[in-house]
Design a protein around this ligand. Sequence first.
Ligand code: NAD
Length: 306
Amino acid sequence: MRILVTGGAGFIGSHIVDAYINAGHEVSVIDNLSTGNKNNLNPKAKFYQADIREDISVLIKEINPEVINHHAAQIDVRVSVSNPAFDAGANIIGTLNVIEAGVKNRLKKFIFASTGGAIYGEQDYFPADEIHPTRPLSPYGVAKLACEKYLYYYKHNFGLDYIALRYANVYGPRQNPFGEAGVIAIFTHKLIRGEQPLINGDGLQSRDYVYVGDVVKANVKALGTEFTGELNIATGVETSVNELFSNISRVSGKNITASHGPAKKGEQQRSCLSYEKAKSVFGWEPAVSVAGGIKNTVEWFLKNPR
Ligand SMILES: NC(=O)c1ccc[n+]([C@@H]2O[C@H](COP(=O)([O-])OP(=O)(O)OC[C@H]3O[C@@H](n4cnc5c(N)ncnc54)[C@H](O)[C@@H]3O)[C@@H](O)[C@H]2O)c1
């Protein structure tokens, strides 16, 4: 299959590129390298440095993909809060540019990196399934939800099949430890250097952490299914920031005691998603526990110092 992966030089996108290439697909990547890195790029992928906020229709015509896997995005929730228009530029207009160019080029399927935590907002029940009310509390979540609605529109008016994968908190090798997002990468990076990471507030806030290898498997399964719609990709397990800290410090062999800073105003307290629908639609379920995933992540950061 000819597949275009946008954001394929980033954390999740680059792992998906590797898996698609290993499965024998012909893969192209569009990325502007704003947070992505050329070192992540699989040498067998054809790379186009381009920005999805611009007109990319000529590029997409040249690539002529049967499937677009769209991972390019502005990923920082706090940036979206301080500059909603900037966030919408990449996450709404950029996504529309990719979909429109694809549809004009007879695209068959669109796989979209959506979000569970940011779309559901404060949950009424745990774990949240896909029919849980969507009440995003950040422009980032609003933009991701808007893109899901656009995809519904393109399905019904142009017959474009799509899968929106609503990820929980994804972590693993290659995640950027220098941003605001990605607490496991941030803690791992600091702890293996013997630095003190700061836990925001009491550390009891919990999230659903899904390992990047499991996320990749969902993206592989997404190629072969007839299903169109939204699927949570998660573990259904809640882990607190305090638990993460002690787990990572134990695995990295550093005896550093936790240090707490002020709580972040407006931070969501709990998030946890059900993956039952993904299991019944295409037999996906997470295989890697948080303990196993942290071990892999720490080993990778030790081998790839930054
Ligand atoms: N990491 C998570 O926990 C998580 C959770 C839910 C959803 N997602 C989504 O998964 C996708 C990948 O996230 P990630 O964690 O790998 O982040 P990432 O920052 O590593 O990947 C994003 C990639 O998109 C590229 N990019 C950004 N803006 C672009 C633009 N305007 N034009 C072209 N390329 C651009 C970046 O250079 C980067 O390579 C994003 O859509 C994100 O919203 C991530």
